[in-house]
Design a protein around this ligand. Structure first.
Ligand code: CA
Length: 228
């Protein structure tokens, strides 16, 4: 008898509106269209690293900006789930790396700066976002963030962490660092917030990941959605 009840319940769920949404669900994988690191102490906080192949993040002085173009999602799409995937490097496998993402509230420019391995950094193109400015200090010295290190909402809308035992180098084979970004993407797609990308920080350690300049390991955004 219980078995029959369960069967009837299952049939009822399939016929429900929620299940029909899921049945029409689709997914899209987006590669980053812009990314850069924001580093405090980088030649008075103004150097840009928009063309670097790596970004390092930590809680105090290193942030990342990453943006994807979500315009390919159909008008009226409902976001079922979304996740960010990062190919990265763990400096200490015993440390749990927790990464948080915040909704960016001001537009920014990726720029063409590259870390040439000298410290303190200097002589780099300053034509894109830095710790201090959102569109390049050389051309627009007064276009500073309201909050140095990037303007964003105070509450995180994406969170992820490394798994215990995950190898130091995260790629397509060893897995990636995955952030649940459902709330973030809903903010853009359903709540109408402007898409200026996400600001990433590492909560209590350092985490380094590869940028879109490394095409095979570009930050990815996977969105599962339904069109009612
Ligand atoms: Ca970049």
């Amino acid at each position: 008898m219980k078995r029959i009840t369960r069967c009837l319940l299952a049939i009822a769920m399939v016929a429900s509106p929620i299940s029909s949404l899921a049945a029409w669900g689709d997914s899209v994988t987006l590669l980053a269209v812009a990314d850069t690191g924001l580093y405090k102490h980088s030649a008075e906080d103004r150097d840009n690293f928009g063309k670097d192949q790596w970004i390092e993040i930590d809680p105090l002085a290193q942030h990342a900006l990453v943006r994807w173009d979500v315009a390919s999602l159909p008008h009226g799409a409902k976001v079922i789930a979304a996740r960010i995937e990062l190919s990265g490097f763990i400096s200490d496998e015993k440390v749990r790396h927790v990464v948080q993402g915040f909704l960016v509230t001001h537009d920014w420019v990726e720029g063409h700066g590259v870390n040439i391995g000298h410290y303190p950094w200097s002589g780099l193109p300053r034509d894109g976002a830095s710790w201090d400015t959102f569109d390049g200090f050389d051309a627009h010295p007064y276009d500073t963030w309201r909050t140095p290190g990037g303007d964003c909402d105070p509450q995180p809308v994406a969170t992820g962490e490394t798994r215990p035992g995950q190898k130091s180098y995260l790629d397509a084979h060893d897995g990636r660092l995955v952030l649940d970004a459902t709330a973030l993407v809903r903010s853009w797609v359903e709540a109408g917030r402007p898409n200026y990308g996400v600001l990433l920080t590492c909560v209590d350690s350092r985490f380094k990941f590869q940028t879109r300049e490394c095409a095979q390991r570009s930050p990815r955004l996977i969105v599962e959605y339904a069109v009612p």
